[in-house]
Design a protein around this ligand. Sequence first.
Ligand code: NAX
Length: 331
Amino acid sequence: MSKSPIRVAVTGAAGQIGYALLPRIASGQMFGADQPVILQLVEIPVDKAMQALEGVAMELEDCAFPLLQDMVLTSDPAVGFKDANWCLLVGSKPRGPGMERNDLIKENGPIFTGQGRAINDHAASDVRVAVVGNPCNTNALIAMHSAPDVPRERFSAMTRLDQNRAQAQLAAKAGVHTSAVSHALIWGNHSATQVPDFVNTRIDGRSAAEVIQDEAWLTGDFFKTVQQRGAAIIKARGLSSAASAANGLVDHVRDLRQATPEGEWRSVCVRSDGSYGVTEGLISSFPVRADGQGGWSIVQGLELTDFLQEKLKATVAELEHEREVVSDLLG
Ligand code: NAX
């Protein structure tokens, strides 16, 4: 007997990431090849955006995906999140010319209070929320605070793209295939202060730091390349990462749904319980293991070098600052 469909809400569905993401969800890559889906596509109430969304929906129709059971197109979050099992919050305003990061945080914050409330009031009782729209950690924090009836562990933000970037950079430096790099790990904020961990990441089972033996590169170019990769892609492509971001989100959702293989972890931004000195309550990237039943836990006991600890403190300070900037939205 075929499974009953799950409802997947995607905001910013007519945007770049949406365009790369939706066919992957509808073809079964996110939820499995036997899992039918209903896509609930949310955009802003602006003709141009809704018209673009209709075009995206036409293309999805034209793929005749066997798993795609229905689509809902809306600019009303109450409709978009109705009975949703997963809410993928991709949409947000881009940074405009001359805009500071604080302005961006303030501009986007209210979107996530509204969406958090709508999720609280309309989504399915088992709803899970993954935030991609930047600043994704703080937006996830706002959405979480705006949805008091939804258990806090259901909220996450994405650093899986950063993890994949770190994995690829380490593989290239070591001259091995990416599959030889395991346990890649990002700590902290999805921003230029994020901390790609080269000590606990392994290459052919050994610490990447031991295999690469080039501290200057690890603490210099490697760090900078992973932290600045988004900007490098904008420079090269004239547009921000979309295919790789959509791929990161497919990985992120699978990471949380499927049991993590024994001894491994994945980078996920979740609510801190104070582990590793990260201020409790912030949404920060950690090594996370999922139990395959919807639960997850932060892997304990990893050793961080002084360098990594110092970087972790800096990224946590940034998260605290962002929380301060939006404190009026946290209720
Ligand atoms: P686009 O500007 O192409 O698309 C964003 C879409 O969101 C637009 O269609 C817009 O109309 C819609 N939107 C804006 N406000 C909305 C609202 N309140 N409700 C519903 N839809 C809304 O951006 P895109 O390249 O798709 O990127 C989307 C977001 O992902 C941006 O915030 C971007 O910064 C962020 N990213 C996050 C990454 C991560 O790793 N966490 C990496 C990639 C990406 O930069």
